[in-house]
Design a protein around this ligand. Structure first.
Ligand code: GTP
Ligand code: MG
Length: 204
């Protein structure tokens, strides 16, 4: 198992979970509100700028995008949820793609739910996490855009988030604080993924 990202390449983009790669490699999917920074974080994590398409306009990623890392595991960029400005039809379509993927993708090892570190807990995110819990989907939380906040504010926002989650959850999921701008959290996130990959290999 490679310790760093030696290679990362785009493999396939589609809207149907049945058309995703079927080589059985473990994969880690990134989800969250539109514009939260999923695609940017994927580029930072892999060290390949422009690998996942980013945009300051929400709703950039509309497909399930597979990126193969070190020929050993996948990163999956998912469409963002909750973009208020697109039509109800478009939102329903995205919801179907996301749910179809999450509930049916057997090789999805873990889902990273991204939330913007600047905001108070948003209902759309906590409800989404509750839905994951109901469906037994393992997830971790990633706070994004940490560079946009001072240390004190960042810490208090994360504490707030913990408190909010503990109103509903007995245990908190693993949490990471990241910035695609200055690479905060990149090493921790990568090490976390590589450790899981290792444990999967050993279990086999
Ligand atoms: P959709 O594909 O539309 O759902 O969005 P996304 O979640 O993939 O967001 P994307 O990575 O495209 O980033 C949205 C905007 O936020 C872009 O303008 C990025 O430059 C900016 N952005 C993302 N991550 C960071 C970060 O860590 N720090 C700062 N300052 N800006 C960021
Ligand atoms: Mg995107």
């Amino acid at each position: 198992m490679q310790k760093e990202v030696k290679s990362a390449k785009f493999v396939i983009s589609n809207t149907d979970v049945k058309k995703c790669p079927n080589d059985g490699l473990p994969e880690y999917a990134f989800i969250g509100r539109s514009n939260v920074g999923k695609s940017s974080l994927i580029n930072t994590l892999t060290g390949v700028s422009g690998l996942a398409k980013t945009s300051s306009t929400p709703g950039k990623t509309l497909c399930i995008n597979h990126f193969l890392v070190n020929e050993e595991w996948y990163i999956v960029d998912l469409p963002g949820y909750g973009y208020a400005k697109c039509s109800k039809d478009a939102r329903d379509k995205i919801k179907k793609i996301i749910e179809g993927y999450i509930l049916n993708r057997e090789t999805m090892t873990l889902l990273f739910v991204l939330v913007d570190s600047r905001h108070n807990p948003q209902k759309i995110d906590t409800e989404f996490m509750a839905w994951l819990g109901e469906n037994g989907v393992p997830f971790s939380i990633i706070f994004t855009k940490a560079d946009k906040l001072g240390k004190t504010k960042l810490e208090s926002n994360i504490n707030n988030y913990r408190k909010k989650l503990l109103e509903e959850w007995e245990e908190l999921p693993p949490m990471f604080v990241t910035s695609s701008e200055n690479k905060t959290g990149r090493t921790q996130l990568l090490e976390y993924i590589l450790e899981i990959n290792k444990s999967i290999k050993i279990a086999k």
